[in-house]
Write a new protein. Structure first.
Length: 337
């Protein structure tokens, strides 16, 4: 489906008439979400389940920064949920379930709901859950947000008994804080006698998930030029998850395409992804520029793939790497070699 074209969602997406109307509907809901949460007396604890559970073999987690600097990004994701669900199943299978989470800043005191987690969901329930996220739009301008709290939660609190290698994608423009206090850990239901290093948390998370970042450039510049601030942010993430698991993306409108590119990387379906992307976007005015933006963003991620036909490409027949076993030659690729 091209950006300008109409689309026919599954019956349970009947209220998503178009990208534009769906985004407007979400914007209206998000604008009142904070006031509604405060009015209802919701606390941080109310928005963080004791755990999240899925029986899916291919679960996906999307963690988005909801602070003011991220602007339209959550709304763009919501506006394209019907197509997201449809296309993601091509990569992850019909039993795919998604858990959305939102992070803010636990350190500045400006946010009440600096971590929010929604249960794994499928079909129309995906939209129901993402609309329950409270958009505060605050943040403290510290060039750090509490991504590490979401990492700790999913490392310890996600129960996925049938999952082979689930995927978690962070979307944000800043870096994690380098330590988690025992007080903050306790607030999300995790007991610790001492501070926890963020580097240790991400190592734990990588043993459970394939971990990626879609990184919006920090600041108002959308040119994706790496100034010293952006270079510093990127280096922190690269040290945590690896250069080949970071997509630098200046445009919110292309976030869904980049998510598909990440799923294609994990399932060895990059040729299909590229064909589908070109077929869908080149129909539009400016489509070539859209494709260029997406492919540039994914350059480091897709460059890490082994050449077709090599031993390392044993899963290259289009079968998901999520379904390989430890004994097979297509064993799940380690995140950081």
């Amino acid at each position: 489906m091209s950006e300008s074209g109409d689309y026919t969602p599954a019956p349970y997406w009947s209220d998503h008439k178009s990208f534009k109307t769906a985004k407007a509907h979400y914007d209206s809901s998000a604008a009142r979400s904070y006031d509604d949460a405060v009015s209802d007396g919701k606390t941080l604890k109310d928005l963080i389940p004791a755990s999240v559970t899925t029986e899916s073999t291919n679960p996906l987690v999307v963690v988005t920064d909801e602070t003011g600097s991220m602007g339209e990004w959550p709304a763009v994701i919501f506006s394209k949920l019907p197509y997201f669900e449809h296309e993601a199943k091509v990569y992850l299978g019909d039993d795919m379930e998604i858990s959305f989470a939102a992070i803010g800043d636990a350190h500045t005191g400006s946010e009440k709901y600096w971590l929010q987690v929604r249960p794994f969901a499928k079909q129309k329930a995906i939209a129901t859950e993402i609309k329950k996220l409270v958009i505060e739009g605050q943040g403290g301008g510290q060039v750090s947000e509490t991504y590490e709290m979401a990492a700790l939660y999913y490392a310890r609190k996600a129960k996925m008994p049938k999952a082979i290698k689930p995927i978690i994608i962070f979307i944000g423009d800043e870096k994690p804080y380098n330590m988690i206090s025992k007080e903050h850990a306790k607030m999300i239901g995790i007991a610790s006698e001492e501070r926890i290093a963020t580097a240790d948390v991400f190592e734990e998370l990588k043993r459970k998930f394939s971990v990626y970042l879609i990184r919006k450039p920090y600041g108002s510049d959308t040119s994706n030029v790496m100034d010293s601030t952006n270079l510093g942010i990127r280096k922190v993430w690269a040290d945590l998850i690896g250069e080949d698991h970071i997509a630098d993306l200046p445009s919110a409108e292309r976030v869904m395409d980049v998510i598909f590119g990440i799923l294609a990387n994990e399932t060895r379906k990059v040729p299909y992804f590229e064909e589908e992307l070109n077929d869908r976007q080149l129909k539009d005015k400016g489509g070539a520029a859209k494709v260029e933006t997406v492919m540039k963003s994914l350059k480091t991620i897709h460059a890490a793939l082994p050449a077709p036909g090599t031993k390392k490409d044993a899963a290259g027949d289009g079968k998901s790497r999520l379904h390989t076993t430890k004994k097979s030659s297509g064993a799940t690729k380690r995140l950081v070699d």
